[in-house]
Design a protein around this ligand. Structure first.
Ligand code: SF4
Ligand code: FES
Length: 399
């Protein structure tokens, strides 16, 4: 165990949290999260227009090496992290994935693979299972091949995903189907739910797009109408009731239509951190979109535990002491922690403002109206995600 944690190990982390919140101060001592997202690479064969990666993607040449990732995984296990979620970009684009899963498993970490699946062969998936992989989460762009492949910007992606999902269950790995929903695929939801049942998935995530990074650039093409959202909520509730004991359904609504914001990441620097391909320790996957914050790297002289507990970026919006009004005197401030810092930055230019998803934010009405107008404007053309800063979907006349 690293020395920075020596003084905290004997304490119940929830005590540290209570002290912090009652003092409404920045953190000096914070329990290490149980789960960490390891973004192994930003490389990906797909080009989804809602990708949660930053618009400025990390190049392959800057990625942590195999030895660096192994050191990180050992350190995570040593400080008390229990689960690592391998993500990207596309984590299977890393040639060393089996070796990394094996190492994570050897040091006692539970491993989850969050994948688009299109690069996997049965042999490689089987090697991952042999290396100790515990769970597979496959993203789907819809229930029908042609429109799903159009969203992914990748030919034959949907068929490949179905094949890999089948292999996953044949290898007796638990499966989560992750369905990212937006105006152009919400009408497929009943079929997506049935697809998850047919694939023998344990869990389905019906995740409406959240609008930062690439999704913000594509908001007009993706934003659902309010009527679509109401129908989606009805369908999810009906399916949850009907499929009790068969399929667990998680449901995330688009923030713009919410009354109160989501407790993003469980609160900034409170329950979660993310490691970027080049080794930056981040409070969330979109944190680098906030300009003016410096994020420490695992390549620095600091331990991961020190970065989590002491770095300026984590302490900037931790707890409740940083909050402006209306959050400062709000009864929900310890329920949602003021919502999402990245969304506040994207929509107001200041990450320290109340998340505009909240009805009490002075700009909430404005973004609600904007969402309604954009969803009705009929824009369908995507800007595909790539290292070149995005490519507009070709039109029928080849433009
Ligand atoms: Fe949450 Fe702030 Fe809105 Fe209160 S005012 S509900 S704390 S975002
Ligand atoms: Fe960064 Fe919400 S995505 S705080």
């Amino acid at each position: 165990m690293s020395d920075e944690l020596a003084g905290t190990a004997a304490r119940d982390p929830s005590d540290g949290l209570a002290v912090l919140e009652s003092a409404a101060s920045t953190a000096e001592t914070f329990g290490i999260p149980l789960a960490v997202l390891a973004e192994l690479t930003h490389r990906c064969p797909l080009q989804c227009p809602y990708c949660s990666n930053p618009v400025e993607l990390d190049r392959g040449s800057t990625e942590l090496t195999t030895a660096e990732w192994k050191k990180v995984l050992s350190e995570l296990a040593e400080i008390g992290v229990l689960q690592v979620h391998f993500s990207g970009g596309e984590p299977t684009a890393r040639k060393d994935l089996v070796e990394l899963v094996q190492h994570a498993s050897d040091v006692g970490l539970y491993t989850n693979l969050i994948t688009s699946a299109v690069l996997l062969t049965r042999d490689r998936l089987s090697s991952l299972a042999d290396a100790g992989l515990c769970h597979v989460q496959i993203s789907f762009q819809g229930s029908e091949a042609a429109p799903a492949d159009r969203v992914a910007g990748f030919k034959d992606a949907h068929r490949k995903k179905l094949e890999v999902a089948k292999w996953t269950r044949e290898l007796e790995l638990p499966l989560t189907v992750n369905a990212v929903m937006h105006r152009q695929n919400l009408q497929q939801l009943p079929d997506i739910i049935q697809m998850a049942v047919d694939l023998d998935a344990d869990r389905l995530e019906v995740a409406n797009v959240q609008y930062y990074g690439w999704a913000l650039k594509n908001r007009a093409a993706l934003m659902p109408t309010f009527a679509q959202l109401e129908e989606t909520t009805r369908l999810v509730e009906e399916a949850r009731e009907r499929l009790k004991g068969v399929l667990t359904i998680d449901y995330v609504i688009p923030d713009y239509y919410a009354l109160r914001p989501k407790k993003c990441m469980g609160g900034w620097g409170r329950q979660f951190f993310n490691i970027s391909p080049q080794g930056k320790i981040l409070p969330c996957h979109a944190a680098e979109s906030i300009t003016g914050l410096e994020f420490e790297s695992v390549r620095s002289n600091h331990s991961i535990a020190w970065i989590w507990q002491n770095s300026a970026a984590f302490n900037r919006y931790r707890g409740t002491g940083w909050m402006p009004e209306p959050c400062r005197s709000c009864e929900f401030k310890e329920v949602d922690f003021g919502g999402c810092r990245c969304q506040a930055f994207a929509l107001t230019g200041d990450a320290g403002n109340t998340d505009p998803a909240c009805t009490l934010s002075p700009v909430h009405q404005q973004i609600f109206k904007q969402a309604e107008e954009e969803s009705a404007a009929g824009v369908t053309r995507f800007l595909y995600r790539n290292f070149a800063g995005g490519t507009l979907e070709p039109t029928d006349d080849g433009a």
